[in-house]
Design a protein around this ligand. Sequence first.
Ligand code: SAM
Length: 335
Amino acid sequence: MKNNPLPRLDTDENLRNELLPHCRLKPGEIWEDPINGHKVGCLDATNSLDIKRLMGGEYAKLAIHDPPYNLVAFQERSIAEFINWCKKWVENSWLWLDKNSALYIWLGADQKDNYQPLPDFMIMMRDLDFDPISFITMRNQRGYGTQKNWMAVRQELLYYVKGSPYFEVQYTDIPKILRGYYKTVNGQTTENLERSKSDNIRASNVWVDIQQVFYRMEENISGCYAQKPLKSIERIINASSKQGDLVIDFFAHSGTTLLASEIKKRRCFTIDIDPVYCEISIRRLELFRQKGRLGWQNGHPFEMELPDRNSEQPQLPNNGQKQEVFQQPVQAKLL
Ligand SMILES: C[S@@+](CC[C@H](N)C(=O)[O-])C[C@H]1O[C@@H](n2cnc3c(N)ncnc32)[C@H](O)[C@@H]1O
């Protein structure tokens, strides 16, 4: 795949305007997938009527939300306003989640800003009817380093439930890293590190085995600034839903939950307020169906319309693969 990345779309208003005419959804519209019944809506997570239209009377077994962390489309809000905004989409989730269902929310804790928004978000959740179950941390490979503080490498993931939903323990390739803890099985005594290669290592609430997305990975979607690793979303889907279940995600962005649902044979209803991210999400699903690819690596989703954006610019290191360009959008119904 050639090196033809898009810059961050949230900071390049001209590029967004260039891309908008190529987006099939306008605000308020919903794309319905004719193949596996997914939906992508250009809707507002806080608008209860939008969400009602999206759900069309169905209830989801699992919600995976990754909201913008108080940098909502170029403008910062006070923490109180941000939490109030969060409460609205959490309440919309409650309305359309099954009586036995799971809710996962990715959130940051900014150490330069009183660890916000995580603590105030947790306190807000106390007033709602979801039950808190686990506080997961995913370790990033890279962090914003400084000589004057501990390097920040964590991403927080909150797990709540409504009722008593399905949960399946997940086994991982997380290696054990600490010596000690001797255990004797069938007369043979082993130490922690010796048991490290077992297939039965359960995922704890600290995930250190998930590669952060960067431009050399096939799943990379250039232009998207907040993409979650596919493996993390697949882990949540495997643990908290069954094949055929409906999954919702109100902050689609690069469409990671949509793609993970397709791969894991769940249905996904997802939305983004921005038509550009809705288009990217749909194209990512179509790319996967046509080419089996997880993303454009260091190319981009609009190569058909903007093929040579970076021909004048220096190239990033290439992995030597042939470029593949998405060609033909699948026909679908607009609601
Ligand atoms: C942190 S990103 C989500 C990243 C996603 N999990 C992924 O893997 O690509 C947040 C997204 O929420 C969208 N967004 C912001 N406000 C919204 C709202 N009120 N309703 C729906 N989407 C919104 C933004 O456009 C952005 O694409």
